[in-house]
Design a protein around this ligand. Structure first.
Ligand code: HEC
Ligand code: HEC
Length: 315
């Protein structure tokens, strides 16, 4: 055979294989042959490929994150409260089983006692902040303040050393006694853990600023971030009900489409379409219109301002 004939044979073989694979994939996909039930596992090969893709993706994206000092006892106590509020239902804790949701997920969320051996602190921070797409691991960026994300990482560093009793003491509302480098000390444990500025006082001041537009406008000039607002749309599930230009979704029509919302004169037919009123609508939806079908989505003021800034660009 000449070199040309060999090249031809190789090319034809590859072509036939590629066409065969494409037909196979199409039959699999359109024929509904891949079983998506969470009661069956991925095959070991699929599982290993997905694990590898996840690990490498986290490594790449977390490599430039600088880790702050994490050996502060207060941070640990805060982290225990955040872990109790946000992670236990899926991952369990020393002496605490996962809830039903965690137990029945596929892939199964692990107990995280070995997390510090498999992930460095910057990787744990990245996973906690951004979540893992298509695995059910949620992103916590919009639910935990920046220092709380690190407090969870500090807690994960300590987790393998904790007995069930120590975990109970650290995470119980009230006081935790810790014994660290500074000796034994009592530290108040937070009753709940959530995003920055989500306290009752903060929402009261948000309500006040909504009725005092001048102050609201000044604050808005200070720090609105349109791109962050766009990202927040997914994190507050706005795309579950609204079809929104530029936002990936299933084209739902539970709420009105938001195309052109920046140009409209009224919000929900009730409020003049100003940035402050948009923030008010998003944060205090039911107060503006007690009969509306749109639920209050629990936005912080910062997130509402960023989302309002993004919505204003839709014209
Ligand atoms: C709704 C359930 C759920 C909640 C709540 C949840 N996770 Fe996860 N988590 C998962 C799933 C599912 C995975 C993926 C497991 C896999 O791919 O092996 C995961 C993976 C992880 C991983 C990588 C684990 C590993 O073993 O390699 C870390 C770290 C993690 N989660 C931390 C957290 C932290 C911290 C919180 C709380 C702030 C949290 N998770 C809350 C479901 C959850
Ligand atoms: C559970 C479904 C649901 C979710 C989730 C939801 N909305 Fe809505 N939304 C609605 C419905 C229904 C209306 C119509 C309300 C009315 O007119 O009383 C609406 C109205 C609106 C309006 C006024 C539209 C107009 O035409 O005047 C805006 C703006 C809006 N939503 C933004 C958002 C944003 C931003 C989010 C995420 C933070 C969100 N919505 C989440 C259901 C939802």
């Amino acid at each position: 055979m000449t070199a040309l004939q060999i090249a031809k044979t190789v090319f034809l073989t590859l072509f036939v294989l590629a066409v065969g694979a494409a037909i196979g994939a199409a039959v699999m996909l359109w024929g509904g042959l891949y079983n998506v039930a969470a009661t069956t596992q991925h095959t070991q090969q699929v599982y290993s490929v997905l694990e590898l893709a996840m690990r490498q993706s986290v490594r790449l994206r977390s490599r430039n994150i600088e880790v702050p000092p994490l050996d502060d006892e207060r941070l640990l106590v805060r982290g225990a409260a955040c872990y109790r509020d946000k992670c236990v239902q899926c991952h369990g804790a020393p002496g605490v089983a996962q809830g039903d949701i965690g137990k029945s997920m596929q892939p199964l969320p692990g107990p995280l006692v070995d997390a510090r051996q498999r992930w460095s602190a910057n990787e744990l921070y990245w996973v906690t902040r951004h979540g893992i797409k298509m695995s059910g691991m949620p992103a916590w960026e919009f639910r935990l303040a920046e220092e709380d994300l690190w407090s969870v990482v500090a807690f994960l560093q300590k987790l393998p050393d904790l007995t069930p009793a120590q975990y109970r003491s650290l995470s119980a509302p009230g006081w935790a006694s810790t014994s660290g480098s500074a000796g034994t000390q009592s530290i108040p444990t937070p009753p709940a853990c959530g995003p920055a500025g989500a306290s009752a006082a903060a929402s009261a001041s948000a309500a006040a600023s909504a009725s005092a537009p001048a102050a609201g406008e000044r604050r808005q000039d200070a720090a609105v971030d349109v791109r962050r607002g766009e990202k927040a749309m997914y994190q507050y599930a706005c795309n579950a009900c609204h079809t929104i230009p530029g936002i990936t979704g299933s084209n739902p029509h539970v709420g009105p489409p938001l195309a052109g919302i920046g140009r409209r004169t009224l919000i929900a037919g009730r409020l003049a379409n100003t940035p402050d009123n948009m923030v008010r609508w998003l944060m205090h939806t039911q107060e503006v219109d007690p009969l509306t079908a749109m639920p209050e989505m629990g936005l912080t003021e910062r997130d509402a301002r960023d989302i309002a800034a993004f919505l204003a660009t839709l014209d």
